[in-house]
Design a protein around this ligand. Structure first.
Ligand code: HEC
Length: 445
């Protein structure tokens, strides 16, 4: 039996903890990729035009706009994998096994990235301008390459496509080059450039002591970097056509908050594009604090909604059509997965697959029915529900009779399409029902 400890995050709940770390990470890491390109482009132009003012401006801010985001992105990236591994260890195990070689490539890229960025930042002026600029490009393209690998893993979870479980080849290209890989990769590239553009405008807004021509050059370049993000609208449509039928139904009206988020996101991309395009056409490179804040807001809403919808549409799966968020695989793979397939856990119980959920050292016959119920809750519901915090279960079941509760456990996946079926035996359903019912008594007190 495979077994992993249960990771109970107070109040936030596991999923919200991941979301918090992930939101920070996706913004800072995409920004860092775009910033690499923006700096290398600006530097190249300045060298060509013999523009020493711009060069010394770039040198002054390279630490702040390139190195700091890069370090924060790297650290929070490790943070994400760490939290996911605790919240959903079985899913991480699959990802690590399927993408061994992609991870190896990723590590090589990381090393080149680290060396190039440190030399770029700390040896500016100590090497020829052209060689220095070349290093900037190496860093930019390496960080783009890390995105190409990571996005394969992310989209694999949403659309595994032709992939067959456990058939890891030398390079598992079927898993990596899955149906949503190309459109989402293109979208992420445009977002990276746009975020860097927005960052540059913010910088130029709050740095007052620069000559006019440096300001104009950088802001004009920043606006140009924001333009391609408009492609996210058609690319979003392309992604939609590649999703599973389940996910499409979910988005096409099944889930009002998702549709709303998607609309907000798309409109924000449009406004961001228009703001940049109009400023470029009118050659208006003035800045204002309000304008800078609004740009940040637009970038946050547009890109944030994309990520939110991606995470939201995947439920009840962690890997679409293969593994539920509970870490249990779907019935079709019963011959491949002898550890925690739904058919098996329905017979032998989720607690047999997750004995760690019980208080340490106790077996399921040694605890009272409430403790047993709580252990079952921890093993099968905790990934999405906390008791009183995020997506709290207590208010959701308020006023439900024991019978309604018990019946709902037979149909969880029908009650909400984003919930997986209950992964245990009838006995376990009884114990879980007792526990859920007891939550109501406590709330009455
Ligand atoms: C993959 C994530 C996920 C898992 C795992 C999960 N749920 Fe849910 N559940 C949800 C979502 C999302 C909702 C909708 C919440 C809302 O409407 O506010 C929900 C709603 C519910 C509701 C309210 C349904 C209604 O009609 O209002 C109940 C009851 C519930 N879940 C019980 C459970 C129990 C018991 C478990 C464990 C056996 C469980 N859930 C596991 C995601 C999940």
């Amino acid at each position: 039996m495979v077994e992993y400890p249960i990771f109970d995050v107070p109040v936030l709940g596991g999923s919200l903890l991941i979301a918090t770390v992930a939101i920070f990470h996706v913004f800072i890491s995409h920004f860092s990729i775009g910033a690499g390109f923006l700096l290398a482009t600006a530097e190249r132009r300045a060298i060509k035009n013999n523009d020493n003012d711009t060069l010394s401006f770039l040198k002054k801010y390279v630490f702040l706009v390139l190195l700091v985001p890069y370090v924060l992105g790297t650290v929070s990236g490790v943070g994400i994998w760490f939290t996911i591994a605790l919240v959903n260890p079985r899913a991480i195990s699959i990802l690590i096994h399927q993408f061994v070689w992609d991870w190896a490539i990723e590590w090589v890229l990381f090393i080149v990235e680290v060396v190039s960025i440190f030399v770029y930042v700390f040896r500016w002026d100590k090497m020829s301008a052209k060689a220095h600029n070349r290093l900037g490009w190496i860093f930019a393209f390496c960080s783009l390459a890390t995105l190409l690998v990571i996005n394969g893993i992310l989209t694999f979870m949403l659309t595994p496509g032709q992939w067959q479980p456990f058939d890891a080849g030398v390079l598992n290209y079927k898993a990596l080059l899955n149906p949503t890989y190309l459109p989402t990769t293109l979208a992420r590239i445009t977002v990276s450039l746009a975020l860097a553009g927005v960052g540059a405008v913010v910088l130029m807004t709050f740095v007052r002591k620069t000559s006019d021509h440096v300001r104009k050059r950088i802001i004009a370049l920043a606006y140009k970097f924001m333009l391609p993000a408009i492609l996210c609208i058609p690319l979003g449509g392309w992604v939609y056509t590649q999703l599973s039928e389940r996910a499409q139904t979910f988005l096409a009206g099944g889930a009002a908050p998702m549709v709303l988020f998607l609309m907000f996101g798309m409109i924000s991309f449009l406004i961001l594009f228009l703001a940049a395009a109009v400023s470029l056409i009118r050659k208006d490179f003035s800045t204002s604090s309000l304008g800078a804040i609004l740009l940040c807001l637009l970038a946050f809403v547009s890109f944030g909604s994309m990520e939110f919808v991606r995470e939201g549409t995947r439920k009840p799966y962690v890997i679409e059509g293969f593994m539920y968020s509970t870490g249990v695989t779907v019935p079709a793979y019963k011959d491949l997965d002898h550890h925690a397939n739904l058919l098996q856990t329905n017979q032998s119980g989720i607690l047999s697959a997750a004995p760690w959920a019980l208080p340490s050292g106790k077996s399921k016959t040694e605890v009272d029915s409430l403790t047993l119920g709580q252990a079952i809750f921890n093993a099968s519901c905790l990934r999405c529900h906390s008791v009183d915090g995020y997506n709290a279960i207590r208010p959701l079941v308020k006023g439900w009779s024991a019978q309604t509760l018990r019946e709902s456990l037979d149909h969880l996946d029908e009650i909400k399409s984003s919930m997986p079926p209950f992964p245990g035996t009838d006995e376990e359903k009884e114990a879980l029902m007792t526990y859920l019912h007891s939550l109501q008594d406590e709330s009455k007190k």
